[in-house]
Write a protein that binds this ligand. Sequence first.
Ligand code: ADP
Ligand code: NA
Length: 346
Amino acid sequence: AQPQVIFSGIQPTGVPHLGNYLGALRQWVKLQNEAPPNATILYSIVDLHAITIRQDPVQLRQWRREMLASLLSVGLDPKRSIIFYQSDVAAHSELMWILSCYASVGYLSRMTQWKSKLALPENTSPLDPSTKTKLKLGLFSYPVLQAADILVHRATHVPVGADQSQHLEFARECANSFNHNFQHVLVPPETILSPAKRVMSLTRPHLKMSKSHEDPKSRILITDSREEISRKINSALTDSVAGVTYDPLNRPGVSNLIHIMYHLDETIADSCEALAGDCRDLSLRAFKERVIDAVDEQLKSVRIKYEELMQPNNDHLLSDISDEGSRKASANANATMSLVRGALGL
Ligand code: ADP
Ligand code: NA
């Protein structure tokens, strides 16, 4: 059988929150640690995707570094995983151009992300008069870049959140149509869906935890101090029902805290329901103290590693890691590109 190639990417948006951690990064680490020895594992900080919306250059530079330090802090090992900035590997953009010559505008119009990023209704067309100047070509076509990110490494397995499965389908479509029209050189990837359910906002528990929500108390960052964790959980929106039960529909706030506590350390109980049972007789105040202890305990080592990596004297360490990652990723991507160019007659 063909050796596995695992690829995934995350945008440089600063330090990840608990949703990113439980929904994505922790699975990346698990895949790294459990992959067969002959598997190639690539994790990219996809900075070219970040510029589909306006970025401040100073901020972006800082966010790239913070994301790299975060990936290392949660347990990605540069000796095992190829960790790199997307913009360091030019082949991603080159393959994107090639794929975009065969991608249909109709298919891309039906994708939903550009509509949600611009807060446009579901039935909007890219050429509606009110849309066409606001909608930039890069935001519209970013699924093609995402397909190129995956296909340029001939990834066999791509771990993503459920919100991304539409884009994976598109990447498979790009690979199949290229292989059909030219030669069989691209690999249609398999999706690995994240097992953890969504982590919800602490302040508005009917919405998912997200960096785009204004209130910083709505999310816990993986590097938050115990004081910050404590302040955020103590101000988390719950309800006035006595005792602790797991009931996401009727008690979203309390259930979200159970969910966070359980998934951070799945050895503490058999399920969210069982964990709620163990905490049943606690007051909400005492229950929150338990959650604070659990979150602090699980994030402590991440925070210590992160603080160390972000010391100015470790700048060279971070840049050595990203340089090595970009060398290895470029070699892998360039091997695909010579096949692609050959197939096209370029
Ligand atoms: P955000 O929603 O904060 O903008 P991204 O869209 O950049 O986060 O997501 C990065 C990764 O983290 C994706 O794989 C996504 O599925 C996962 N993720 C983001 N938010 C959550 C959440 N609240 N719960 C679970 N997974 C999440
Ligand atoms: Na998002």
